[in-house]
Design a protein around this ligand. Structure first.
Ligand SMILES: *Cc1c(COP(=O)(O)O)cnc(C)c1O
Length: 485
């Protein structure tokens, strides 16, 4: 492939900073002291720290070189399915670093924090509008934390309404965090399989839904990248038996501005601001998992809640039915600022277009690669598409081999071996921020690798070759981790 973005030129070897130390080198010159030298009390301060001795340029190069070993969405396409690794406009960072926000302290009196409180209040209003729900909390620190908050609310709702229930229905296309969150609340997960089209069939829900079941957790769009189009019927079945519907909204990037989950039978939904609403994540910073609820669940929302009282904003903690606090203070405020800035800068039209483009890009990849890779569910997809290695298996080439080889072609691999419903899954999420040129390059790279699978499988099995480290023994790394550096 001629047009590949990957290169191995000018990527430097770099030892540990201690190994570069050279006695007498110093990164700065201090002015001569104009006071008398005094001896420090060694019993108080201990020995002087052993610091490497380096020039300023040594230090700058060391860290710059290390940063070049890293890969992020600012360096290239990051088609990691389920993670929505889209580009985060830098203006959001600028807004979050504004002095008034960056130096705000959570212990400051409400009257001195009106701007921050207003931002939280307004962000809740926007998220209500986007999701179609009655109330929102910004407290949860991530998606899974939002799930826990939602499950605790469902638990409390049933307790309040007479009888506690013991089970939750979870389809095989749900995210792995769903059963974990249900289990943390003491629920037993009842697994159901999705139908032959990769989505839930109302009949299958009906067969297991009973009055000891607290509800269902549905990831929509699901982890196969398909929209659960029977959701309304399913919600009716669950509601008829007194249950509630939890919506995992981590995949909202495919439907914002198009579908309001609050209007299709869902009772409680979490969002991932660090996916859909453009905050760096995956090592790039903390997350935020706001939860939106229907009216009957509002009393159970975590505290503190931000409320508007005439023209001023304050925190409400006195809510008798609340599930309580989820952590100290008020959520990951920096992430809230970035989401607020993103929503305002995109506008309603912009958000809707982002979803449409995310879906278009994923369908373009699906159509372009479906002869190259096996496509277990050949249906129009949402923002991601799931292939597998069934065609390449013939040459004893696996999803892992192809993912590793993509590194040589200059691409971060997609998500592999997830979702579990597809054996050898190769799950691609291009997001709306990739250009057609970049997507075409990715498609060409996958096609070139599929060709290598036929013509030179031996070599392909040893890939990658151009990276800093080549194929790692992952089993040894997991069994005998070297934790001492
Ligand atoms: C990412 C994700 C989660 C978990 O969110 P975190 O912020 O990583 O805790 C839950 N469900 C789905 C569908 C996801 O993609």
């Amino acid at each position: 492939m001629e047009n590949q973005p990957g290169t191995k030129g000018l990527v430097f070897n770099e030892p540990e900073i201690w190994d570069k130390s050279c006695n007498g080198r110093c990164a700065m010159s201090l002015p001569k002291a104009d006071v008398k030298r005094a001896q420090l009390d060694k019993t108080l301060v201990g020995d002087a720290p052993e610091l490497p001795q380096l020039s300023e340029l040594d230090v700058v190069r060391h860290y710059t070189r290390l940063s070049q070993w890293n890969f992020g969405v600012d360096s290239g396409m990051y088609p990691l399915g389920s993670c929505t690794m889209k580009y985060n406009p830098k203006t959001n960072e600028v807004q979050a670093s504004r002095k008034g926000f960056a130096s705000a302290h959570p212990f400051t009196e409400n009257s001195y924090s009106q701007g921050s409180l207003k931002l939280m209040y307004d962000l809740e209003q926007y998220l209500k509008e986007i999701t179609g729900f009655h109330a929102v909390t910004l407290q949860p620190a991530a998606g899974a934390h939002g799930e826990l908050a939602g499950m605790l609310m469902i638990h409390k709702y049933h307790a309040k309404n007479g009888r506690q229930r013991s089970k939750i229905i979870i389809p095989d296309t749900a995210h792995g965090t769903n059963p974990a969150s249900a289990s943390l609340c003491g629920y037993e997960s009842v697994n159901i399989k999705s139908g032959k089209n990769g989505i839930l069939e109302p009949e299958d829900v009906k067969a297991v839904m009973d009055e000891d079941t607290a509800g269902i957790m549905v990831t929509n769009p699901n982890t196969l990248g398909l929209f659960e189009s029977n959701i309304k019927k399913i919600a009716d079945i669950v509601h008829a038996k007194g249950g509630l519907v939890y919506g995992d909204g981590a995949n909202m990037n495919a439907i914002m501005g198009i579908v309001k989950p609050g209007e299709i039978g869902i009772d409680v939904l979490h969002l991932n601001l660090h996916k859909t609403f453009s905050t760096p994540h995956g090592g790039g910073g903390p997350g935020s998992g706001p939860v939106a609820v229907v009216k009957k669940l509002e009393p159970f929302l975590p505290v503190p809640r931000v409320i508007k009282n005439k023209d001023s904003y304050e925190f409400l903690t006195d809510c008798p039915d609340t599930i309580g606090r989820l952590h100290t203070f008020y959520g990951h405020f920096g992430v809230l600022i970035k989401a607020f800035s993103y929503i305002l800068s995109m506008g309603a039209k912009g958000l809707t277009n982002a979803s449409k483009l995310a879906v278009l890009n994923a369908n373009y990849i699906k159509e372009s690669l479906k002869e190259t890779l096996n496509l277990p569910y050949d249906l129009p997809c949402m923002h991601e598409c799931v292939f597998n290695d069934a065609i390449q298996k013939e040459h004893h080439i696996t999803t892992m081999d192809m993912a590793k080889r993509l590194l040589d072609y200059g691409f971060h691999p997609p998500t592999v071996y997830f979702p579990l419903v597809v054996e050898g899954a190769f799950m691609v999420e291009p997001t709306e921020t990739e250009s057609k040129e970049d997507i075409d390059q990715f498609i060409d790279a996958v096609k070139a690798i599929a060709k290598e699978a036929r013509t030179d499988p031996e070599t392909l099995r040893r890939a990658p070759f151009l990276t800093k480290v080549t194929r790692l023994d992952e089993v040894a790394a997991a069994r005998k981790p070297c934790l001492c550096g």
